[in-house]
Ligand binder design. Sequence first.
Ligand SMILES: Nc1ncnc2c1ncn2[C@@H]1O[C@H](COP(=O)(O)OP(=O)(O)OP(=O)(O)O)[C@@H](O)[C@H]1O
Ligand SMILES: [Mg+2]
Length: 349
Amino acid sequence: MELDDVRSTAKEMLDKLGRVVIGFREEQRFLLAAMLANGHVLMEGVPGIAKTTLVRAMARLLGLSEDRVVEINGVQYRGFSRIQFTPDLLPSDITGSMIYNPATRDFEPRLGPIFAYMVLADEINRAVPRTQSALLQAMQERQVTIGGVTYQLEYRGEGKFFLVFATQNPVEQEGTYPLPEAQLDRFLMRIIMGYPESMEDEKNVYRLHMGRLTEPLEDLEPLVEPGWLVEAQEAVVKLVEVPEDVIDYVTRLLRATRPSIFEPVSRYFDLGASPRAGIALIRAAQAFAVIRGSSSVEESDVNEVLFPVLNHRLMPNIDRVVEYEEKDRYAARVRVIREGLEFVRKNLV
Ligand SMILES: Nc1ncnc2c1ncn2[C@@H]1O[C@H](COP(=O)(O)OP(=O)(O)OP(=O)(O)O)[C@@H](O)[C@H]1O
Ligand SMILES: [Mg+2]
């Protein structure tokens, strides 16, 4: 596939998405960029702001409706599946288990909802850590083992991708289990979504739903086959150039987030970003460059994806968080991280 094909289809996707999800233009670009970089996404935001709608709309454009099933090497994969995380959800409710079949007097595998192209893991922080780990491990390895047999969740040769979209409510409630920082970096991006930005956007949401009881996204027709994404991913990673000065820029940025290397940043971060974060940043910037319409990464592409790629991989300075919490209880951590990344960019040597 040529980069021009990726670019024109990506543009069309964003146009169509924009018709069923009002506002969130930037978030829609981030989501598409993450998918083009083969990265899982954590979406954070209060209920009712179109997180599910955005992911379902994307699935439909890729020809992946809820009822589509694709069989590869004798294993059935759903187009799109959704798992509601609750405190009593077990790891086997995600991956699957061996069940006894009285007819054959034998155990046979019952494959779980993770056998899908796109998995929406709703309210991931409500499940116990053991269950969260089962999902995070499958995300990382892109395979699961059931009854001693290992199954692939991704088959690139067959055009089968595997991407997880997890949602999380930032308002910490009782009985939630925040994902450990060390596991958060399984997600390429954490996209933070708020309420509609303007009055006009919000009115448009209501107008969109006026005079109908069904979801507008149900009108979306598939734009491509699911295999398109796998080919597009290959094109992005292989054909989008990353010039030496951009590698240099990313390296300096990353090092400047680390208090042990750049002492002044300790005002913002207790712990900086790892090399894994740098790899993620470059991949995401490559995808973003294509969406922007270029075949070469520029510093501005890195800047665009800097926050969604790094915000969940940095540990904010706790004193500063406490100071901000007095003003805004929920947004304090994110605010410190945002300011810290601004500071890093402005003070790069
Ligand atoms: N910006 C928006 N554009 C279009 N529709 C929207 C927007 N915000 C909310 N809606 C509509 O509001 C309803 C709720 O959206 P959705 O289910 O996607 O929210 P959610 O963020 O997934 O919430 P929850 O956390 O409760 O699952 C849907 O009918 C959706 O179409
Ligand atoms: Mg939802």
